[in-house]
Design a protein around this ligand. Structure first.
Ligand SMILES: Cc1ncc(COP(=O)(O)O)c(C=O)c1O
Length: 397
């Protein structure tokens, strides 16, 4: 049975290709004109109107002088309020510090809390710059495999417990919701992780950047909100950049649970790690305070798109393993049963003229996987899916 065509949503489904191709962002700028990009985690949708209005307001008033933030930016308070409202987590505004992006947040925490040769656990596959960071900073990677089961992606907590003990691990980098699988850990699973962290005295560096892109009935739970012990050993990293599509604003926040780490951070020369742009703060504040209506429409579109990807891949490429993501706008496709004989990203680019992500940058175990970004309009997604499935079905080339 052919499903009824899903409803088109104004503002999200009426994207113009020339308008997208005129963008300077890497997603649209890098590929050739005849290629459709579904790779880097940027969305194609227009910026939320409240963010545009706030940025215009600052620029129109020529409000580009030094900011007056003796006690930190307003984001500290706005972040704490949002965490309380959304998750019932009593984050403390006094424990928030601003950074330009989450990669910088991670590097700073690793720099302050660990040293050359220390073991750090991280889920694999993972967001490539995080894995690259651990390599460049010469931290020993303790891989925490995401395992593909008939019920979706799972973590083996007994194996993690043993690995952490054996390696003398200092920290766990937790990406929840997880990029690239889209898995959202449940309360029970987070509890298992919290017990392991407590048993082995791990610092937990919790990346929650995709938290607001969660599909009901799944529910995001900030790791630091689990218990007093978790709160005291967790550094939470987030920003408005994923859930409101604002990567260019270069603005993120870190919430420090451990007193010692916060003191260490504050003992650094104040500008050593850069300072955040007031325009980044204006945009983030507008998104967090006035962007919820836009985000509700966004989630309707993304939920429809994730189901469409799942349906088309299951029907046209039944050998490709794939789970409906619980969160994120990323689909993680296991093409290994197709025995393509070449990295699928290259095959899809050459035969289908779609640029996807995937493969070994996400970790050695990601060989043969594709990551498809479905945060685009219905017509563009249909064209992407038609091209990808045709490219992966074709035997030649
Ligand atoms: C899990 C995760 N963390 C961090 C980032 C990047 O964040 P930022 O641009 O703030 O460094 C991404 C981007 O896709 C991501 O998926």
């Amino acid at each position: 049975m052919t499903p009824a065509p899903a409803q088109s949503i104004p503002g999200f489904d009426d994207l113009d290709l020339d308008w997208l191709r005129a963008r300077r962002s890497v997603k649209w700028n890098r590929p050739d004109q005849n290629v459709l990009p579904a790779w880097v985690a940027d969305m194609d949708f227009p910026t939320p109107a409240p963010v545009v209005a706030a940025l215009h307001d600052a620029v129109d008033r020529h409000d580009l002088g030094y900011p007056d933030w003796p006690d930190g930016s307003p984001l500290r308070r706005v972040f704490a309020k949002r965490m309380a409202e959304r998750y019932g987590w009593a984050a403390s505004a006094d424990r928030v510090r601003e950074q330009t992006d989450l990669i910088q947040c991670l590097q700073l925490i690793l720099h302050l809390a660990t040293t050359d040769g220390d073991a750090v656990a991280i889920q694999v596959p993972n967001y490539p710059p995080f894995l690259a960071t651990l390599r460049t900073m010469n931290r020993r990677v303790v891989p925490v495999p995401m395992e593909d089961t008939d019920d979706g992606w799972r973590m083996d907590f007994a194996a993690l417990d043993a690995d952490v003990k054996r390696s003398g691990c200092k920290a766990l980098v937790l990406v929840n919701p997880h990029n690239p699988t889209g898995r959202m850990l449940t309360h029970d699973e987070l509890g298992e992780l919290a017990a392991i962290a407590r048993r082995h005295d791990l610092l937990v560096i919790s990346d929650e950047i995709h938290a607001e892109l969660t599909y009901a009935p799944h529910r995001h739970i900030p790791f630091a909100s689990l218990s007093d012990d978790a709160a005291q050993r967790t550094v939470t990293l987030t920003s408005a950049t994923k859930a409101f599509n604002l990567a260019a604003i270069r603005c993120a926040v870190t919430h420090y649970g451990p007193d010692r780490l916060l003191a260490l951070r504050d003992a650094q020369p104040p500008d050593l790690y850069g300072t955040v742009s007031p325009l980044g703060v204006v945009a983030t504040q507008a998104a967090w305070e006035h962007g919820d209506a836009w985000q509700r429409d966004l989630l309707t579109v993304l939920d429809r798109n994730r189901r469409r990807v799942h349906e088309v891949i299951s029907r046209r490429l039944p050998l490709v393993r794939h789970h409906l993501p619980d969160a994120t706008y990323l689909a993680w496709l296991d093409t290994r049963p197709l025995s393509l004989g070449e990295p699928p990203v290259e095959k899809v680019l050459r035969n289908g003229r779609v640029l996807l992500d995937g493969g070994v940058p996400f970790g050695p175990e990601a060989h043969g996987f594709l990551r498809l970004n479905f945060a685009t309009s219905q017509p563009i997604l249909e064209e992407i899916l038609a091209r990808v499935t045709a490219a992966l079905s074709s035997r030649e080339g």
